[in-house]
Design a protein around this ligand. Structure first.
Ligand code: COA
Length: 175
């Protein structure tokens, strides 16, 4: 299963499958993903969002990826908040995998692949991530990829109706 996971830069044509997954998973993701405006769940709204992500990519602040299994889009993996300055060289990893494709190792493998992009392509030194304290699957994904928890950001994200603490994760990538 793991070997069938691929990642690549997001493309405008990914809007339709992403919108379809996020409509289907609206309830399943409610505890873990922030609430989104109605147009997030339409191909047109996703297409606009992809345009913004690709603008961020051209500006060097984002590496926006999709996760593929058997050449189908099953999720996203994004490096955001990229700080390329020589004394920082860090970025923050985020991801989701559609419920129909979960628990097959795809997120774990996709994060491993994006860490390689961060090192080899973006030249970054440090990877960060944040999970909900209760999101054990997401924490497994990070641990499996060499991340360690280093702190708690109190009341840092509004999820499912209330402010939640975030568990902060780090992984040093190399020189
Ligand atoms: C978190 C998420 C990305 C994981 O994707 P995935 O492709 O299913 O992840 P993987 O299959 O690579 O790994 C899941 C791990 O969680 C474990 N797991 C699954 N359910 C679990 C549970 N209820 N309790 C503890 N561990 C659990 C699996 O055994 C696996 O661990 P392992 O590698 O030690 O066997 C996916 O569930 C998701 O998108 N969830 C909704 C959105 C979200 O949470 N995004 C991340 C926000 S930080």
């Amino acid at each position: 299963m793991h070997n069938s996971t691929r990642i690549r830069l997001i493309e405008p044509a990914d809007a339709a499958p992403i919108a379809a997954h996020r409509v289907r998973d609206l309830e399943a993701f409610r505890p873990w993903e922030p609430a989104q405006p109605a147009d997030f769940f339409t191909p047109e709204g996703q297409a606009e969002r992809i345009d913004r992500l690709l603008a961020g990519y051209r500006a060097g602040s984002v590496w926006p990826g999709v996760v593929l299994a058997d050449d189908q889009v099953i999720g996203q993996v994004t490096v955001g908040g990229i700080l390329p300055q020589p004394h920082l060289r860090r970025g923050s990893v985020g991801y989701w995998i559609a419920s129909v494709a979960q628990n097959k190792g795809h997120a774990g493998h996709a994060v491993g692949l994006v860490l390689r992009v961060m090192t080899d392509e973006l030249g970054l030194h440090r990877a960060e991530a944040s999970t909900n304290l209760e999101n054990l699957p997401s924490q497994r994904v990070l641990r499996r990829n060499g991340f360690s928890p280093y702190g708690v950001a109190h009341s840092s994200i509004f999820l499912d109706g209330s402010w939640r603490d975030g568990l902060l994760w780090e992984r040093i990538l190399g020189d």
